[in-house]
Each structure stands twice: as structure tokens, then as C-alpha cells.
Design a protein around this ligand. Structure first.
Ligand code: HEC
Ligand code: HEC
Length: 222
């Protein structure tokens, strides 16, 4: 089960970011669910408060492994690694699916996700969704204002006036600036590590300076 983690850890160590042992305690009840359908299980969990509570606690344990990169409670301390705090559960599950089926590529994350069963994935998203995001203060107010008008014109329609998305759409408010910049450029340029036709259509017209402005605004949103 944790072979993937170990493999991922080796890769991470090669990238000089290893520090934590790849060990997670596995409650017996979570073990039987490796092959269940993620959506069906998620619906079942949402409809069963006691189960949701149990998986939340499991998720908190999983998150201890992720904290090395995604930070305590999902507030990353590395601008290139995304916050998971406050992120919408269905969006997170969809990203796990994309890493697993190769639509989104990141060797370390692919290894991590292979090692997680359905209950660990669901517990993890319940835990992170419940954590508060710490926004990134922006230094350049003029740039923030420029970004705000970009955002209001081009992003609000889907990500909402507060940047918090919806059940299916990502929260972007308070996200790490380097990660936002890289992600927006990837969508715009249609690179294969991460593409999405909706986001490509909505970033195609953005210049690099437009992206800088929108990143300054979005990452500072509470
Ligand atoms: C070695 C560092 C590292 C560790 C440990 C790590 N991640 Fe990640 N994770 C990343 C990086 C880097 C990205 C961004 C990948 C990209 O888009 O290129 C990422 C992206 C993600 C995303 C997508 C977020 C988004 O906004 O789309 C999810 C979900 C995620 N990780 C979950 C986890 C979980 C769950 C764990 C623990 C089981 C974990 N990660 C452990 C480095 C890590
Ligand atoms: C028509 C709806 C729509 C519009 C308009 C839109 N987005 Fe998105 N956005 C999405 C969807 C859907 C996703 C999830 C794509 C995926 O799975 O990779 C997404 C994902 C993202 C992500 C990745 C979040 C993460 O955690 O990795 C960022 C960043 C983002 N959008 C920023 C923006 C910005 C900035 C704008 C305005 C310039 C914008 N979006 C306009 C629908 C939209």
C-alpha cells in the first residue's frame, strides 16, 4: 500500500526535499476501500455525519505527511507549492483523479496518490476544506488594483467575487503566488503537464504582465 509513498519519497529525496518518514497509521476500517468509486463513497460520507467525522480524523493524519510540502493545515510556506487549506472538496478530488489518470503530471504527487485509498483521499479533502487560508500580503498596491480589474472582468464568472469558487471550481483566493503564475501560464500555453480547455480559453489573451497583476490580486484575497 505504501510502496508508492516510499517511491515518491525517494524521488523527493532526489529533489532534496525529504525529511519525513513515510509512515501513516491505517485504521482497520479504512483498509477495505481501495477500489471503491470515489464519487459514490464521497456522497455516502457526506450523508453520514459519523463517518464524515471518522474520515476527517483519518484525513488529519494523512495531512501530517503532506505538511512537509503543503504546510501545517494546508498553508504552504513555499510559494511554488499550492495551499490546500480552504480548498473545495470536489475540486481536490478531481485533481487527485487527474494526477492518477495522467491528465495532470507531477511525478511526486502521482506516487503519493497511488498510495492512498479512497477513505484517505476523502478524509484528506474534508480536513483541508475545513482549514483557514492565510492570504499573501501584496507589496505593490497599483499592481493589485490592476489585477482586481482583470479579475472582475475575466474570472468572477466562475471563481466568484470572493475567489472562492464553488463545489466544482477551485478556490483561488489566497493561493501561493508562484504556483498561481506557473499554473496560469501552463493553462495559457497549453502545456501537457496541466491543461484544461476551459482555463485555456479564459487565459489565452493574458500577457505575462496581466498574469503578474492578477496573481498579485488573487494571492492577497482573504
Ligand atoms: C514533496 C512535496 C509534496 C508532498 C510531500 C505533497 N505534495 Fe501535493 N503537491 C506538490 C506540488 C509541487 C504540487 C503542484 C504540482 C503542479 O501543479 O505542478 C502539488 C499539488 C497537489 C494538489 C493539487 C492542488 C491544486 O490546487 O490543484 C493536491 C490536491 C495535492 N498536492 C495533495 C497532496 C496530498 C494529499 C499530499 C499528502 C498525502 C501531498 N500533496 C504531498 C508537492 C507535494
Ligand atoms: C468559465 C469558467 C472559468 C473562468 C472564466 C475562469 N476559470 Fe479558472 N478554473 C475553472 C475551472 C473549471 C478550473 C479547474 C481546471 C482544472 O481541473 O485544471 C479552474 C482552475 C483555475 C486555477 C487552478 C487552481 C489550482 O488550485 O490549481 C486557477 C489558478 C484559475 N483557475 C485562475 C483563474 C483566473 C485568474 C481566471 C481569470 C483570468 C479564471 N481562472 C477564469 C474555470 C474558470
Amino acid at each position: 500500500m505504501w510502496k508508492g509513498i516510499v517511491r515518491g519519497w525517494v524521488l523527493a529525496c532526489l529533489a532534496a526535499v525529504c525529511a519525513m518518514p513515510p509512515a501513516l497509521a491505517q485504521p482497520a476500517k479504512a483498509r477495505a476501500t481501495a477500489h471503491v468509486d470515489l464519487d459514490a463513497r464521497f456522497q455516502e460520507v457526506q450523508a453520514t455525519p459519523a463517518l464524515a467525522g471518522e474520515l476527517y480524523r483519518l484525513g488529519r493524519k494523512v495531512a501530517a505527511v503532506c505538511a512537509h510540502c503543503h504546510g501545517d493545515g494546508g498553508n504552504s510556506t513555499k510559494p511554488s507549492i499550492p495551499n490546500l487549506a480552504g480548498q473545495n472538496p470536489a475540486y481536490l478530488l478531481e485533481q487527485l483523479r487527474q494526477f492518477a489518470d495522467g491528465r495532470r503530471r507531477n511525478e511526486f504527487m502521482e506516487g503519493m496518490i497511488r498510495a492512498m485509498n479512497a477513505d484517505e483521499k476523502i478524509g484528506m479533502v474534508l480536513f483541508y476544506a475545513d482549514q483557514d487560508v492565510r492570504p499573501q500580503p501584496a507589496a505593490d498596491q497599483a499592481l493589485v488594483l490592476k489585477g482586481q480589474s482583470q479579475f472582475n472582468k475575466n474570472c468572477v464568472r466562475c471563481h466568484g467575487s470572493e475567489g472562492r469558487g464553488s463545489a466544482q471550481i477551485a478556490r483561488i483566493a489566497g493561493q501561493q503566488p508562484d504556483y498561481l503564475r506557473t499554473t496560469l501560464r501552463r493553462y495559457r500555453d497549453g502545456v501537457d503537464v496541466r491543461s484544461n480547455s476551459i482555463m485555456t480559453a479564459n487565459t489565452r489573451y493574458l500577457t505575462d504582465p496581466d498574469i503578474e497583476a492578477v496573481v498579485a490580486y488573487v494571492s492577497s484575497m482573504p
